[in-house]
Design a protein around this ligand. Structure first.
Ligand code: SF4
Length: 382
């Protein structure tokens, strides 16, 4: 039985027989564990996702705490039992956290929640390993009928003094584990809307503390009115690399039902001015938006809106199946619209992908060069 280990970009990886793999950061935090049957990912909030494959179908589920405890403890037992067989450099790196277990991960997550005043409701799909910094708390709009992300969080912008303390407590929290982080995500829902002078100072503070590329959300409801292309150019010069916009759909009827009070031309203008500034864009869409009633409109109008955006290399479009939560206003409306089954949502993802590419080619006379990636919003945990 062969045990191998390596450290790459702040991530320690221990592997046995090419079947069992455990990765941790340099503070011993569980990142991934594969036991030969399934892969488990831990979020910093101590949520454990189980990922399995059946043929081409990828299944994802959040496992309950008692199962998570079992998995985490098996992974750390594997680390302890492998320790003596590891190369010296790896042995030294993992020695300080040989006593790690599930209970210590729980305590770690509690510390993290104190820093952020609760859970981090969402990060974009490709931002699993950022350092999350909270320039503002909550969402300044907070009225979309399908959304419950920031419902219980009061909106507010941190003062520069508070933000500086916040960054220091994050650095202290991560410790050596910071080396595994690839980017900074500036939250919460629409931090780029912060007064430009303050925002640029915040971006500078982030750069000087972490020296990593910075990412953030924008919302087409208010950002379009508050920020110009020059504002975005300044943000780029101060480290902002990509922003993500939850467009959800390009159909005006669906956006009205969602209470996303923007017109689609504003969303197109917003994306094009961001692109004009040299910042890349991630567009987030939801399959199943508007249910059965809006099935065709959702595909056709979303493709038409996207075709008018200056998207290219460096940009990305994400499509997630929609989750209709019972405790949202949209849920009641969705009963009348007809909720799509999971299979129907997956089929709509394929149709959206094809129609977006077709429409973009037709409108621009050239192919869309950015990827369109399906994902599951359940995975977008911090
Ligand atoms: S703008 Fe985004 S975060 Fe705010 S309520 Fe709407 S969907 Fe939720």
């Amino acid at each position: 039985m062969e045990v191998m280990g390596k450290i790459d970009q702040g991530v320690v990886s221990i592997e046995k027989d090419g079947r069992i793999v455990f990765t941790v950061d340099l503070s011993g935090r569980f990142i991934f564990y594969t036991d030969g049957n399934a892969t488990y990912r831990r979020s910093l909030e101590n949520k454990f996702l189980k990922i399995t494959h059946n043929g081409n179908t990828r299944k994802l589920e959040q496992i309950p705490d008692d199962q998570a405890r079992e998995i985490a403890n098996s992974a750390y037992d594997f680390l302890r039992s492998s320790h003596d067989s590891l190369p010296e450099e790896i042995r030294e790196a993992v020695s300080p956290f040989l006593d790690m277990n599930y209970e210590k991960l729980v305590l770690d997550a509690e510390k993290m929640k104190i820093i952020y005043g609760g859970d981090i409701p969402i990060v974009p799909p490709d931002q699993y390993f950022p350092v999350y910094v909270q320039a503002e708390t909550g969402c300044s709009w907070n009225k979309c009928t399908f959304c419950r992300l920031y419902r219980d969080r009061t909106y507010g912008v941190r003062s520069l003094e508070d933000f500086s303390k916040h960054l220091h407590s994050i650095k202290e929290f991560f410790g050596k584990g910071l080396a595994a982080r690839r980017s900074v995500f500036m939250g919460d829902a629409n931090a780029v809307n912060i007064d430009q002078k303050v925002l640029l100072q915040m971006l500078d503070m982030i750069q000087s503390e972490f020296n990593l590329p910075i990412f953030s959300f924008v919302d087409a409801i208010s950002t379009q009115k508050k920020k110009s292309e020059i504002h975005f150019q300044e943000m780029r010069e101060h480290g902002l690399k990509r922003v993500y916009i939850g467009l959800e759909s390009g159909d005006p009827g669906i956006l009205r039902i969602f209470n996303k009070l923007m017109n689609v031309s504003e969303a197109i203008n917003l994306v094009n001015k961001i692109k004009g500034s040299g910042i890349n864009v991630g567009i987030i869409l939801m399959a199943g938006a508007g249910g059965k009633k809006f099935y065709r409109n959702h595909i056709d109008n979303t493709a038409s809106v996207i075709s008018q955006m200056d998207l290219g290399k460096g940009d990305i479009i994400y499509i997630s199946p929609m989750y209709e939560y019972e405790d949202t206003e949209y849920y009641k409306v969705a009963q009348d619209l007809g909720i799509l089954s999971q299979d129907e949502k997956m089929k709509q993802i394929d149709e959206l992908k094809a129609k977006i590419r077709e429409e973009f080619q037709e409108f621009n006379g050239k192919p869309l060069e950015c990827p369109i990636a399906p994902y599951d919003i359940m995975e977008a945990v911090y």
